[in-house]
Design a protein around this ligand. Structure first.
Ligand SMILES: C[S@@+](CC[C@H](N)C(=O)[O-])C[C@H]1O[C@@H](n2cnc3c(N)ncnc32)[C@H](O)[C@@H]1O
Length: 235
């Protein structure tokens, strides 16, 4: 994908953390499936819908843009403004209680969101996998802790994250958390390459959240954390 095509949509309004576009780009490059307008994709925890828009443009698929904190009405206004409202459907549901059809989606993408709600074993199997078609895929990119610091998140990250530090888990641990099932063909987790670029683009943004992160970047974020990529192929 050519990120330059989306530059005008990447702004203080649409960004909610390290560049979701960089994370999505790395996931799309690894995605083995080809999509078309008959396919349906779920963007889980889509925030202000920037990644949903890009997924729709890049794949041609119908995209369900689901988020909890941002209302469907707010995202709908943006999708109308971006001229994509016939292809991207805003939904506001908790990932713990989704109401989609069984095996509805060819793919589920989730960027900088999955760690908020899916950190327990069995979550993928019970709450996400039922909505993915046979032969489908889940591609997830989230912040986490590097493998060598697993188990030390509270000690190393709490000055920055407070009580949320427990959400930061290593690639190795995420593989265990996704677990196995006779519908899961393979699970792969890795430390993503886009870390530096995604963070530097976020730290350039002029808002209080980015300024807060900036204070901890050299001391905590860069030495101990990473972005965890998770690819789950469904049999
Ligand atoms: C840091 S924001 C990232 C949003 C967007 N994916 C991005 O990268 O810009 C995390 C998102 O996770 C969503 N989220 C958190 N808990 C959720 C839940 N239980 N169900 C659905 N979405 C949830 C929030 O609504 C929020 O928009």
């Amino acid at each position: 994908m050519n990120i330059g095509n989306y530059q005008k949509y990447i702004s203080e309004e649409t960004m909610m953390g390290p560049s979701s576009v960089r994370i999505l780009d790395e996931l799309l490059r690894l995605c083995s499936l080809q999509f078309n307008s008959d396919n349906q994709i779920l963007d889980l925890g889509c925030g202000r819908g920037l990644t949903s828009f890009i997924i729709a443009k890049e794949t041609g698929a119908k995209v369900y843009a689901n988020d909890l904190w941002i209302s469907a009405a707010e995202n709908k206004k943006r999708f109308i403004k971006w001229g994509i409202d016939r292809q991207v459907i805003p939904v506001c549901e908790d990932a713990n209680h989704l109401h989609f059809e069984e095996k509805q989606f060819d793919a589920v993408f989730s960027i900088d969101a999955y760690h908020y709600f899916a950190g327990n074993k069995g979550f993928f199997e019970n709450n996400i996998m039922p909505f993915i078609k046979d032969g489908g895929i889940a591609l997830i990119g989230i912040p986490g802790i590097k493998d060598e610091f697993e188990g030390r998140a509270a000690e190393l990250l709490s000055d920055w994250l407070g009580e949320d530090s427990h959400m930061f888990k290593s690639p190795k641990l995420w593989k265990e958390i996704i677990g196995s099932n006779n519908r899961i063909f393979s699970v792969r987790t890795w430390e993503m390459e886009c870390f530096d670029t995604a963070w530097s683009e976020w730290l350039e943004i002029d808002n209080d959240f980015a300024a807060g992160d900036k204070k901890y970047f050299d001391l905590i974020i860069k030495p101990y954390t990473c972005f965890v990529g998770i690819e789950v192929k469904i049999a």
